[in-house]
Design a protein around this ligand. Structure first.
Ligand code: SF4
Length: 220
């Protein structure tokens, strides 16, 4: 099912926003998993810094991270915040991949989408957003990860129920858009949320899709 308004909004966002550089680098599934764990509740700038610190000190492979001292990982990713629990998540992910999947995420990535999501969410600290990011970017699976921006912007634009939970938002977006656009939907709603449809003071007066927005001007 498609929706003309949704298609028009996406078209405008495609024409007015560039895809950010970070989209291009996300291919190796294990790196994507690690960077997404680091990025949880963290500003982009700090995620990039923490990931650079980590990759400068330790090779981003399950083997190297499993062997690395906890203190080394913690100090590298400290700029990202919650560094102790994120270190635990990284360590456990590395160990599980080595012990259960022979050192590669590949067997999970090739499962049907919902099975792959479930398998990834078995990892401690990995929720649906992290699983969906890994599957969309590194396995080209047809899913739309819902981060804080995607969640807010989708609801304001009427693409998802105002009180919808993660799965409601994801499923509504997947019904509204073609699978070939899922990556663009995810990335462009994030960009729109960062630049214009901000959490506290959205810039409705200069918003490029305000004509199509049912909640224009309602957010202070
Ligand atoms: S009009 Fe305002 S609330 Fe609607 S999408 Fe634009 S910035 Fe967001």
């Amino acid at each position: 099912m498609t929706d003309n308004r949704a298609a028009t909004v996406l078209q405008i966002l495609k024409q007015t926003l560039a895809l950010p550089k970070w989209v291009k680098g996300k291919n190796d599934p294990f790196e994507t998993l690690i960077v997404t764990i680091i990025s949880q509740n963290t500003a982009d700038r700090n995620t990039v810094k923490a990931f650079e610190n980590l990759s400068n000190k330790i090779e981003i492979t399950p083997e190297a991270l499993e062997k690395a001292p906890i203190s080394q990982i913690e100090s590298a990713i400290r700029p990202a915040g919650l560094y102790k629990s994120k270190t635990q998540t990284i360590k456990q992910a590395a160990t599980t991949i080595l012990e259960k999947y022979h050192g590669t995420l590949q067997p999970i990535l090739t499962l049907p989408l919902e099975d792959a999501r479930k398998a990834l969410m078995q990892f401690q600290g990995v929720g649906p957003k992290t699983a969906d990011v890994v599957l969309l970017f590194s396995a080209k699976q047809a899913t739309v990860p819902v981060d804080t921006h995607v969640n807010r912007v989708s609801k304001r634009l009427g693409f998802a129920p105002a009180k919808g939970a993660y799965e409601d938002v994801r499923k509504n977006l997947q019904l509204l858009f073609a699978p070939s656009d899922y990556l663009a939907v995810h990335v462009l709603l994030i960009e729109h949320g960062r630049k214009t449809c901000k959490a506290r003071h959205p810039l409705c007066n200069t918003c490029q899709v305000s004509v199509y927005c049912p909640t224009k001007g309602q957010w202070g």
